[in-house]
Design a protein around this ligand. Sequence first.
Ligand code: SF4
Length: 427
Amino acid sequence: MYSIVMDLGEKISILAGAAKFDASCASSGSTGRGAAFGLAKPAGVCHSWTEDGRCVSLLKVLFSNTCRFDCAYCVNRASADIKRTSFTVDELVELTLQFYRRNYIEGLFLSSGIFADPDMVMEKLIETAKKLRTEAGYGGYIHLKIIPGTGEKLIRRAGLYADRLSANIELPTDRSLQTLAPQKSGKVILGAMEEVAGAGAQFEEDRRRIRFLPRGKTSAPVFAPAGQSTQIIVGASPEDDRQIISLSGALYRKFSLRRVYYSAFVPVGAPVRGGVSDPRLPDIPGPPLVREHRLYQADWLLRFYHFSPDEILDQSTPFLDPHLDPKTAWALKNLDQFPLELNAADYEALLRVPGIGAKSARRILEVRRSRSLSFDGLRRLGVVLKRARYFITLAGSFLDRPDDPRRIRRILSDSDGAGLQIPLFEF
Ligand code: SF4
Protein backbone atom coordinates (compact mmCIF):
# COMPACT_ATOMS: atom_id res chain seq x y z
CA MET A 1 0.00 0.00 0.00
CA TYR A 2 1.63 3.28 -1.07
CA SER A 3 1.01 6.59 0.54
CA ILE A 4 1.05 9.62 -1.73
CA VAL A 5 1.50 12.22 0.96
CA MET A 6 3.45 11.26 4.03
CA ASP A 7 5.27 13.61 6.37
CA LEU A 8 8.95 13.16 7.07
CA GLY A 9 8.33 12.06 10.67
CA GLU A 10 6.20 9.16 9.50
CA LYS A 11 8.77 8.21 6.87
CA ILE A 12 11.54 8.16 9.47
CA SER A 13 9.50 6.01 11.77
CA ILE A 14 8.72 3.48 8.98
CA LEU A 15 12.18 3.42 7.39
CA ALA A 16 14.07 3.31 10.69
CA GLY A 17 11.84 0.51 11.98
CA ALA A 18 12.44 -1.38 8.73
CA ALA A 19 16.24 -1.09 9.12
CA LYS A 20 16.52 -2.39 12.66
CA PHE A 21 16.88 -6.07 11.70
CA ASP A 22 20.17 -5.45 9.91
CA ALA A 23 22.90 -6.22 12.45
CA SER A 24 25.82 -5.48 10.15
CA CYS A 25 26.80 -2.28 11.94
CA ALA A 26 26.79 -3.82 15.43
CA SER A 27 24.05 -1.54 16.54
CA SER A 28 21.24 -1.82 18.99
CA GLY A 29 18.00 0.11 18.89
CA SER A 30 17.94 2.75 21.58
CA THR A 31 15.29 0.86 23.48
CA GLY A 32 16.68 -2.58 22.67
CA ARG A 33 19.17 -4.78 24.45
CA GLY A 34 22.50 -3.26 25.23
CA ALA A 35 21.07 0.22 25.20
CA ALA A 36 21.50 1.28 28.76
CA PHE A 37 22.35 4.84 28.03
CA GLY A 38 19.25 6.52 29.37
CA LEU A 39 19.02 9.11 26.61
CA ALA A 40 15.86 9.78 24.67
CA LYS A 41 16.94 9.67 21.04
CA PRO A 42 14.98 10.56 17.92
CA ALA A 43 13.56 7.68 15.87
CA GLY A 44 16.21 5.84 13.86
CA VAL A 45 19.11 6.70 16.14
CA CYS A 46 20.82 3.65 17.54
CA HIS A 47 24.07 2.85 19.24
CA SER A 48 26.98 1.14 17.62
CA TRP A 49 30.47 0.18 18.73
CA THR A 50 33.73 0.99 17.00
CA GLU A 51 36.63 -1.48 16.73
CA ASP A 52 38.16 -0.03 19.90
CA GLY A 53 34.94 -0.39 21.89
CA ARG A 54 33.77 3.25 21.66
CA CYS A 55 30.03 3.76 21.57
CA VAL A 56 28.76 5.93 18.70
CA SER A 57 25.28 6.99 17.66
CA LEU A 58 24.13 6.19 14.14
CA LEU A 59 21.10 7.15 12.12
CA LYS A 60 20.12 3.70 10.82
CA VAL A 61 17.54 3.85 8.07
CA LEU A 62 16.47 2.38 4.77
CA PHE A 63 16.25 4.61 1.71
CA SER A 64 13.10 2.67 0.84
CA ASN A 65 11.27 -0.30 2.33
CA THR A 66 9.73 -1.20 -1.03
CA CYS A 67 11.36 -4.40 -2.23
CA ARG A 68 11.02 -6.63 -5.26
CA PHE A 69 12.66 -9.53 -3.45
CA ASP A 70 10.79 -11.87 -1.18
CA CYS A 71 13.28 -13.06 1.44
CA ALA A 72 11.23 -15.12 3.88
CA TYR A 73 13.04 -13.82 6.99
CA CYS A 74 12.64 -10.14 6.16
CA VAL A 75 9.92 -7.82 7.37
CA ASN A 76 10.21 -5.80 4.13
CA ARG A 77 9.77 -8.73 1.74
CA ALA A 78 7.58 -8.12 -1.29
CA SER A 79 4.78 -10.31 0.02
CA ALA A 80 4.56 -8.59 3.43
CA ASP A 81 1.50 -6.45 3.90
CA ILE A 82 3.17 -3.35 5.32
CA LYS A 83 3.11 0.37 4.66
CA ARG A 84 5.72 1.31 2.04
CA THR A 85 7.59 4.54 1.58
CA SER A 86 10.89 6.01 0.37
CA PHE A 87 13.02 9.04 1.10
CA THR A 88 14.25 11.34 -1.62
CA VAL A 89 18.00 11.95 -1.69
CA ASP A 90 17.48 15.55 -0.55
CA GLU A 91 15.22 14.54 2.34
CA LEU A 92 17.77 12.04 3.60
CA VAL A 93 20.70 14.44 3.21
CA GLU A 94 18.82 17.15 5.13
CA LEU A 95 17.68 14.75 7.84
CA THR A 96 21.18 13.34 8.37
CA LEU A 97 22.65 16.82 8.45
CA GLN A 98 20.12 18.09 10.98
CA PHE A 99 20.72 15.13 13.29
CA TYR A 100 24.48 15.50 12.89
CA ARG A 101 24.49 19.23 13.62
CA ARG A 102 22.36 18.70 16.73
CA ASN A 103 24.82 16.04 17.92
CA TYR A 104 22.16 13.33 17.85
CA ILE A 105 24.37 11.18 15.63
CA GLU A 106 27.98 10.66 14.62
CA GLY A 107 27.19 8.58 11.57
CA LEU A 108 24.74 7.23 9.03
CA PHE A 109 23.99 3.57 8.27
CA LEU A 110 22.10 3.44 4.99
CA SER A 111 20.54 0.42 3.33
CA SER A 112 17.49 -0.05 1.13
CA GLY A 113 14.91 -2.44 -0.16
CA ILE A 114 15.36 -3.25 -3.82
CA PHE A 115 12.65 -1.00 -5.25
CA ALA A 116 14.15 -0.93 -8.77
CA ASP A 117 17.09 -2.33 -10.70
CA PRO A 118 19.94 -2.93 -8.12
CA ASP A 119 22.22 -0.39 -9.84
CA MET A 120 19.51 2.27 -9.66
CA VAL A 121 19.00 1.63 -5.95
CA MET A 122 22.74 1.71 -5.31
CA GLU A 123 22.98 4.99 -7.27
CA LYS A 124 20.54 6.56 -4.78
CA LEU A 125 22.60 5.44 -1.80
CA ILE A 126 25.80 6.71 -3.41
CA GLU A 127 24.17 10.00 -4.39
CA THR A 128 23.09 10.53 -0.78
CA ALA A 129 26.59 9.81 0.53
CA LYS A 130 28.22 11.94 -2.16
CA LYS A 131 25.96 14.92 -1.45
CA LEU A 132 26.62 14.65 2.25
CA ARG A 133 30.37 14.55 1.69
CA THR A 134 30.82 17.01 -1.15
CA GLU A 135 27.98 19.54 -0.81
CA ALA A 136 26.56 19.45 2.70
CA GLY A 137 29.79 19.66 4.69
CA TYR A 138 28.98 16.46 6.58
CA GLY A 139 32.04 15.04 8.35
CA GLY A 140 30.50 12.01 10.05
CA TYR A 141 30.81 8.29 9.49
CA ILE A 142 28.95 6.62 6.60
CA HIS A 143 28.18 2.91 6.27
CA LEU A 144 26.58 1.94 2.96
CA LYS A 145 24.99 -1.38 2.22
CA ILE A 146 25.86 -2.92 -1.14
CA ILE A 147 22.62 -3.83 -2.85
CA PRO A 148 22.79 -7.46 -4.12
CA GLY A 149 23.44 -7.38 -7.87
CA THR A 150 25.19 -3.99 -7.95
CA GLY A 151 27.84 -3.76 -10.66
CA GLU A 152 31.58 -3.40 -10.03
CA LYS A 153 31.80 0.24 -11.08
CA LEU A 154 29.21 1.34 -8.55
CA ILE A 155 30.81 -0.69 -5.78
CA ARG A 156 34.03 1.19 -6.49
CA ARG A 157 32.23 4.53 -6.43
CA ALA A 158 30.45 3.70 -3.17
CA GLY A 159 33.79 3.15 -1.45
CA LEU A 160 34.88 6.68 -2.30
CA TYR A 161 32.18 8.20 -0.09
CA ALA A 162 31.55 5.50 2.52
CA ASP A 163 33.74 4.64 5.47
CA ARG A 164 32.44 1.11 5.50
CA LEU A 165 30.67 -1.10 2.96
CA SER A 166 28.79 -4.28 3.64
CA ALA A 167 27.24 -6.99 1.50
CA ASN A 168 25.14 -9.32 3.64
CA ILE A 169 25.76 -13.01 3.04
CA GLU A 170 22.59 -13.59 5.15
CA LEU A 171 22.54 -17.40 5.22
CA PRO A 172 25.38 -19.88 5.69
CA THR A 173 24.81 -21.95 2.52
CA ASP A 174 23.65 -21.37 -1.02
CA ARG A 175 21.02 -24.04 -0.46
CA SER A 176 19.40 -22.07 2.36
CA LEU A 177 19.64 -18.90 0.33
CA GLN A 178 17.78 -20.62 -2.49
CA THR A 179 15.08 -21.76 -0.09
CA LEU A 180 14.59 -18.56 1.90
CA ALA A 181 15.84 -15.84 -0.44
CA PRO A 182 15.51 -17.33 -3.92
CA GLN A 183 16.24 -14.06 -5.72
CA LYS A 184 19.63 -13.79 -4.04
CA SER A 185 22.73 -15.64 -5.08
CA GLY A 186 25.70 -16.58 -2.90
CA LYS A 187 27.96 -16.18 -5.91
CA VAL A 188 26.82 -12.60 -6.49
CA ILE A 189 27.19 -11.66 -2.80
CA LEU A 190 30.67 -13.20 -2.56
CA GLY A 191 31.53 -11.46 -5.84
CA ALA A 192 30.65 -8.10 -4.27
CA MET A 193 32.84 -8.87 -1.25
CA GLU A 194 35.69 -9.82 -3.56
CA GLU A 195 35.25 -6.57 -5.45
CA VAL A 196 35.40 -4.52 -2.24
CA ALA A 197 38.48 -6.40 -1.04
CA GLY A 198 40.18 -5.99 -4.43
CA ALA A 199 39.33 -2.30 -4.73
CA GLY A 200 40.49 -1.66 -1.15
CA ALA A 201 43.85 -3.33 -1.86
CA GLN A 202 44.26 -1.49 -5.16
CA PHE A 203 43.48 1.95 -3.73
CA GLU A 204 45.85 1.26 -0.86
CA GLU A 205 48.58 0.29 -3.33
CA ASP A 206 47.95 3.50 -5.32
CA ARG A 207 48.29 5.55 -2.16
CA ARG A 208 51.55 3.83 -1.31
CA ARG A 209 52.97 4.43 -4.78
CA ILE A 210 51.93 8.06 -4.86
CA ARG A 211 54.05 8.78 -1.82
CA PHE A 212 57.08 8.35 -4.04
CA LEU A 213 55.89 10.69 -6.79
CA PRO A 214 57.16 14.29 -7.15
CA ARG A 215 55.54 17.03 -5.02
CA GLY A 216 52.10 18.11 -6.08
CA LYS A 217 50.98 14.54 -6.81
CA THR A 218 50.49 13.62 -3.24
CA SER A 219 46.89 12.59 -2.87
CA ALA A 220 45.01 9.53 -3.95
CA PRO A 221 41.42 8.72 -2.99
CA VAL A 222 40.78 6.61 0.08
CA PHE A 223 38.50 3.61 -0.40
CA ALA A 224 36.18 2.57 2.45
CA PRO A 225 38.78 3.13 5.18
CA ALA A 226 36.75 1.17 7.76
CA GLY A 227 36.71 -1.87 5.45
CA GLN A 228 33.79 -4.21 4.92
CA SER A 229 31.50 -6.29 7.10
CA THR A 230 28.67 -8.75 6.60
CA GLN A 231 25.76 -10.31 8.47
CA ILE A 232 24.74 -13.94 8.93
CA ILE A 233 21.25 -14.71 10.18
CA VAL A 234 21.32 -17.42 12.83
CA GLY A 235 18.49 -19.89 13.30
CA ALA A 236 16.37 -19.23 10.20
CA SER A 237 17.99 -22.17 8.37
CA PRO A 238 19.20 -25.61 9.53
CA GLU A 239 23.00 -25.07 9.47
CA ASP A 240 24.94 -25.75 12.66
CA ASP A 241 27.41 -23.46 14.44
CA ARG A 242 30.32 -25.32 12.91
CA GLN A 243 29.19 -24.39 9.39
CA ILE A 244 28.68 -20.79 10.44
CA ILE A 245 32.08 -20.46 12.11
CA SER A 246 33.80 -22.14 9.13
CA LEU A 247 32.13 -19.68 6.79
CA SER A 248 33.21 -16.74 8.95
CA GLY A 249 36.78 -18.02 9.05
CA ALA A 250 36.82 -18.28 5.26
CA LEU A 251 35.34 -14.77 4.82
CA TYR A 252 37.94 -13.21 7.13
CA ARG A 253 40.71 -15.03 5.30
CA LYS A 254 39.61 -14.44 1.72
CA PHE A 255 38.09 -10.98 1.81
CA SER A 256 39.83 -9.34 4.76
CA LEU A 257 36.47 -8.63 6.37
CA ARG A 258 36.62 -6.43 9.46
CA ARG A 259 33.58 -8.01 11.06
CA VAL A 260 31.03 -10.73 10.62
CA TYR A 261 27.85 -9.89 12.52
CA TYR A 262 25.51 -12.60 13.72
CA SER A 263 21.85 -11.81 13.88
CA ALA A 264 19.52 -14.14 15.79
CA PHE A 265 16.56 -14.83 13.53
CA VAL A 266 13.58 -12.83 14.72
CA PRO A 267 10.32 -14.56 13.79
CA VAL A 268 9.09 -11.60 11.73
CA GLY A 269 5.77 -10.19 12.82
CA ALA A 270 4.19 -9.19 9.52
CA PRO A 271 2.43 -12.17 7.94
CA VAL A 272 2.33 -12.60 4.18
CA ARG A 273 -0.82 -11.39 2.50
CA GLY A 274 -3.75 -13.40 3.73
CA GLY A 275 -2.38 -13.57 7.30
CA VAL A 276 -0.42 -16.81 6.92
CA SER A 277 3.14 -17.22 8.22
CA ASP A 278 5.80 -18.43 5.80
CA PRO A 279 6.04 -22.25 6.04
CA ARG A 280 9.72 -22.14 4.98
CA LEU A 281 10.65 -20.60 8.32
CA PRO A 282 11.24 -22.50 11.57
CA ASP A 283 8.57 -22.23 14.21
CA ILE A 284 10.58 -20.90 17.15
CA PRO A 285 9.28 -19.00 20.18
CA GLY A 286 11.82 -16.18 19.93
CA PRO A 287 15.23 -15.22 18.56
CA PRO A 288 18.06 -17.62 19.59
CA LEU A 289 19.98 -14.97 21.51
CA VAL A 290 22.23 -17.29 23.52
CA ARG A 291 23.36 -18.97 20.30
CA GLU A 292 24.06 -15.56 18.76
CA HIS A 293 26.06 -14.58 21.85
CA ARG A 294 28.21 -17.74 21.74
CA LEU A 295 28.86 -17.21 18.03
CA TYR A 296 30.16 -13.72 18.78
CA GLN A 297 32.49 -15.20 21.39
CA ALA A 298 33.70 -17.85 18.93
CA ASP A 299 34.22 -15.12 16.33
CA TRP A 300 36.38 -13.30 18.88
CA LEU A 301 38.53 -16.45 19.11
CA LEU A 302 39.00 -16.38 15.33
CA ARG A 303 39.89 -12.71 15.13
CA PHE A 304 41.95 -12.07 18.25
CA TYR A 305 43.08 -15.39 19.71
CA HIS A 306 44.29 -17.04 16.50
CA PHE A 307 42.03 -20.09 16.72
CA SER A 308 41.06 -21.88 13.53
CA PRO A 309 37.39 -22.82 13.00
CA ASP A 310 38.28 -26.53 13.31
CA GLU A 311 39.73 -26.00 16.75
CA ILE A 312 36.56 -24.36 18.01
CA LEU A 313 34.10 -26.99 16.74
CA ASP A 314 34.53 -30.37 15.09
CA GLN A 315 32.30 -33.02 13.58
CA SER A 316 31.53 -34.55 16.96
CA THR A 317 30.55 -31.16 18.43
CA PRO A 318 28.72 -29.13 15.77
CA PHE A 319 27.14 -26.62 18.18
CA LEU A 320 28.70 -24.25 20.71
CA ASP A 321 27.97 -25.04 24.34
CA PRO A 322 25.14 -22.73 25.47
CA HIS A 323 26.40 -22.80 29.06
CA LEU A 324 30.14 -22.30 28.56
CA ASP A 325 32.15 -19.70 26.67
CA PRO A 326 33.92 -21.34 23.71
CA LYS A 327 37.44 -20.67 24.99
CA THR A 328 36.75 -22.46 28.28
CA ALA A 329 35.00 -25.25 26.34
CA TRP A 330 38.14 -25.63 24.20
CA ALA A 331 40.45 -25.62 27.25
CA LEU A 332 38.40 -28.33 28.98
CA LYS A 333 38.61 -30.47 25.85
CA ASN A 334 42.37 -29.95 25.72
CA LEU A 335 43.35 -30.29 29.35
CA ASP A 336 46.57 -32.06 28.30
CA GLN A 337 47.85 -28.59 27.32
CA PHE A 338 47.37 -27.29 30.88
CA PRO A 339 48.41 -26.12 33.38
CA LEU A 340 50.52 -23.53 31.64
CA GLU A 341 53.55 -22.11 33.42
CA LEU A 342 53.10 -18.36 32.98
CA ASN A 343 56.78 -17.58 33.57
CA ALA A 344 57.74 -19.51 30.44
CA ALA A 345 54.71 -19.53 28.10
CA ASP A 346 54.86 -17.68 24.80
CA TYR A 347 52.20 -15.18 23.62
CA GLU A 348 50.24 -17.71 21.55
CA ALA A 349 49.98 -20.15 24.45
CA LEU A 350 48.94 -17.37 26.85
CA LEU A 351 46.12 -16.38 24.51
CA ARG A 352 44.58 -19.82 24.91
CA VAL A 353 44.15 -19.62 28.67
CA PRO A 354 40.57 -18.82 29.74
CA GLY A 355 40.65 -15.53 31.62
CA ILE A 356 43.73 -14.20 29.77
CA GLY A 357 42.97 -11.82 26.91
CA ALA A 358 45.28 -10.26 24.32
CA LYS A 359 45.93 -7.22 26.50
CA SER A 360 46.72 -9.19 29.65
CA ALA A 361 48.90 -11.64 27.65
CA ARG A 362 50.99 -8.70 26.39
CA ARG A 363 51.25 -7.26 29.90
CA ILE A 364 52.41 -10.62 31.29
CA LEU A 365 55.23 -10.72 28.74
CA GLU A 366 56.22 -7.13 29.56
CA VAL A 367 56.24 -7.61 33.33
CA ARG A 368 58.08 -10.90 33.04
CA ARG A 369 61.08 -9.08 31.55
CA SER A 370 61.75 -7.11 34.71
CA ARG A 371 60.23 -9.03 37.64
CA SER A 372 58.61 -12.28 38.59
CA LEU A 373 54.88 -12.75 38.42
CA SER A 374 52.60 -13.26 41.39
CA PHE A 375 48.96 -14.39 41.53
CA ASP A 376 47.96 -11.03 43.04
CA GLY A 377 49.95 -9.21 40.36
CA LEU A 378 48.12 -11.16 37.64
CA ARG A 379 44.85 -9.63 38.78
CA ARG A 380 46.34 -6.17 38.33
CA LEU A 381 47.41 -7.16 34.79
CA GLY A 382 43.77 -7.84 33.91
CA VAL A 383 43.79 -11.64 34.25
CA VAL A 384 40.41 -13.00 35.35
CA LEU A 385 41.63 -15.44 37.98
CA LYS A 386 38.16 -16.84 38.52
CA ARG A 387 38.56 -18.50 35.09
CA ALA A 388 42.34 -18.74 34.72
CA ARG A 389 43.03 -20.35 38.14
CA TYR A 390 42.41 -23.92 36.86
CA PHE A 391 44.76 -23.60 33.91
CA ILE A 392 47.94 -21.90 35.16
CA THR A 393 50.97 -22.29 37.42
CA LEU A 394 53.47 -19.73 38.66
CA ALA A 395 56.91 -21.19 39.35
CA GLY A 396 55.19 -24.55 39.70
CA SER A 397 52.54 -23.35 42.22
CA PHE A 398 48.85 -23.96 41.58
CA LEU A 399 45.82 -21.98 42.65
CA ASP A 400 43.60 -24.88 41.67
CA ARG A 401 44.40 -28.11 39.85
CA PRO A 402 42.84 -28.94 36.44
CA ASP A 403 42.13 -32.49 37.59
CA ASP A 404 38.34 -32.68 37.34
CA PRO A 405 36.89 -31.19 34.14
CA ARG A 406 33.32 -31.78 35.30
CA ARG A 407 33.89 -29.77 38.47
CA ILE A 408 35.54 -26.91 36.50
CA ARG A 409 32.72 -26.98 33.98
CA ARG A 410 30.14 -26.74 36.74
CA ILE A 411 31.89 -23.76 38.34
CA LEU A 412 32.53 -21.87 35.10
CA SER A 413 29.15 -22.50 33.46
CA ASP A 414 26.76 -19.64 33.21
CA SER A 415 23.20 -20.77 33.27
CA ASP A 416 21.76 -17.73 31.52
CA GLY A 417 24.03 -17.29 28.52
CA ALA A 418 25.71 -14.39 30.35
CA GLY A 419 25.30 -10.93 29.10
CA LEU A 420 23.79 -11.36 25.65
CA GLN A 421 25.81 -8.53 24.17
CA ILE A 422 28.33 -8.38 21.41
CA PRO A 423 31.53 -9.08 23.34
CA LEU A 424 33.76 -6.06 23.80
CA PHE A 425 35.69 -7.73 26.59
CA GLU A 426 38.45 -10.26 26.83
CA PHE A 427 37.66 -13.75 28.03
S1 SF4 B 1 16.37 -7.90 -0.48
FE1 SF4 B 1 15.47 -9.37 0.95
S2 SF4 B 1 16.45 -8.81 2.92
FE2 SF4 B 1 16.74 -7.05 1.55
S3 SF4 B 1 14.99 -5.71 1.96
FE3 SF4 B 1 14.42 -7.01 0.23
S4 SF4 B 1 13.32 -8.73 1.15
FE4 SF4 B 1 14.48 -7.72 2.79
